[in-house]
Design a protein around this ligand. Structure first.
Ligand SMILES: *[C@@H]1O[C@H](CO)[C@@H](O)[C@H](O)[C@H]1NC(C)=O
Ligand SMILES: *[C@@H]1O[C@H](CO)[C@@H](O)[C@H](O)[C@H]1NC(C)=O
Length: 400
């Protein structure tokens, strides 16, 4: 029995490797030269390529899932192109008010809204699911407006809500991680769009992926093997399972990260940041952005092309005490970025932890772990200044 299990294990490892190679070759063929992350449109494409291993591009240029024709039909999808050597590029969509248990779901806005709320329920695909990753390929809702009760506060009349997140404005190219720990009792997540204004440009297109942890129990493996043994046509099935798990290991974020960047270089923007548009960032929002390390990197460089957060007073530089009081004071502005173990490139004697104010062309070096924590309060006193940040990061072996 043990020998048999071992043998199967070897066979499965082989399948997974073979498939990974196949995927790499396919990527090379389809992605000629990845463009630098400059424009929003290109930026989106860059993310799509790097994060979703079994995704494909449909004939219409959108993201689909590479599946067998049979699986695509079974999921109620539409075949819209081909991918790999055997697959079709499958497009699925979920209607408002429905539930899915698929590992990967594509959710687009409906052509017209039947009500002010559009809710999607995601149920766990397996007992090993740990996180939900949402990639926003398109995301356009009305901009936040001054609240009726307090003009110093902005609010999203129309919004997207998931977990503790409430987003509006423009967020194409962004992504989000939500804890979805089935073992800890969370077996479903609801994603809600509230659209009372019915703005005609409202649109969304999200790729929702359930990420599974490495298997800790043998339950699933045994059932998989049983299936494999009893069905001669399930090599494909196995490949799919292992390919997606393989990709999951790369994508699973450390606990507590709401965004996770896995490439060695990339662009990170605050929510609702659009170059040259001057849109405000989300009020009352707090989240952690993590960047995956590599064995060869010893530090990270953040190059901010834009940095505009609130600051309490213009008389001091926008670091530490100016950003973050240790005692809470009513009405004080406290928006900041927290970058642990960081120094300023232009004067390495400066070792701030909190950053605020306007700091254009700011370059910061930081030691591991690589994370940036964004925090905004409920006040927006100067919407023209409080537009957020855009940075490119680069893992480095040393400062020199
Ligand atoms: C991808 O293409 C480059 C050159 O275009 C080549 O050097 C590299 O080996 C290719 N990688 C794979 C996995 O085929
Ligand atoms: C930082 O980014 C700007 C463009 O936004 C670029 O001109 C500059 O050379 C970069 N600096 C470093 C040190 O990479």
């Amino acid at each position: 029995r043990i020998m048999q299990t071992l043998l199967w294990f070897y066979a499965l490892s082989f399948c997974a490797c073979a498939h990974a190679q196949l995927a790499a070759v396919q990527l090379n063929q389809t992605e000629a030269s990845p463009p630098p992350p400059a424009e929003p449109g290109m930026w989106r494409q860059g993310r799509r390529r790097s994060t979703l291993a079994d995704s494909c591009t449909t004939n219409a240029g959108a993201t689909g899932t590479c599946l067998t024709r049979f699986k695509c039909m079974r999921q109620g999808g539409t075949v819209n192109g081909y991918c790999g050597t055997y697959g079709v590029c499958c497009e699925t969509n979920m209607a408002c008010g429905t539930t899915t248990r698929l590992k990967r779901t594509i959710i687009r806005n409906p052509a017209s809204f039947a009500s002010d709320t559009c809710q999607y329920t995601i149920e766990a695909y397996s007992a090993n699911v740990q996180q939900l990753r949402i990639d926003f390929e398109q995301f356009e809702l009305p901009q936040p407006v001054a609240s009726a009760g307090d003009e110093r506060a902005l609010e999203c009349r129309d919004y997207f809500e998931a977990g503790a997140f409430k987003l509006c404005g423009v967020n194409a190219g962004q992504h989000l991680y939500l804890p979805f720990n089935v073992a800890a009792g969370i077996d479903q997540i609801t994603l809600t769009f509230s659209v009372p204004t019915r703005w005609p440009q409202t649109s969304w297109r999200m790729i929702v992926t359930q990420l599974e942890a490495p298997q800790t129990t043998t339950k699933r493996r045994t059932s998989t093997l049983g299936h494999f043994g009893g069905n001669s046509n399930s090599l494909q099935e196995l490949r799919n399972i292992f390919a997606s798990h393989h990709a999951d290991y790369e994508l699973l974020a450390p606990a507590g990260c709401q965004q996770y960047y896995t490439e060695q270089t990339g662009t990170i923007r605050s929510f609702n940041y659009q170059p040259a548009m001057g849109y405000p960032y989300m009020p009352d929002t707090s989240y952690t952005i993590c960047i995956k390390s590599t064995p060869s990197a010893s530090m990270i460089e953040y190059n901010f092309s834009k940095f505009g957060l609130s600051v309490q007073t213009d008389e001091v530089e926008g670091y530490d005490e100016a950003c973050h009081a240790t005692v809470h004071t009513l009405g004080r502005q406290e928006d900041y970025l927290l970058i642990p173990q960081s120094i300023l490139a232009r004067n390495t004697a400066y070792q701030p932890t909190y950053y605020c104010g306007t700091n254009d062309n700011l370059i910061v070096y930081a030691q591991p772990p690589y994370l940036v924590h964004f925090s905004s309060d409920e006040l927006t006193l100067d919407a023209a200044q409080e537009t957020g940040f855009s940075l490119t990061y680069r893992l480095r072996t040393s400062i020199l």
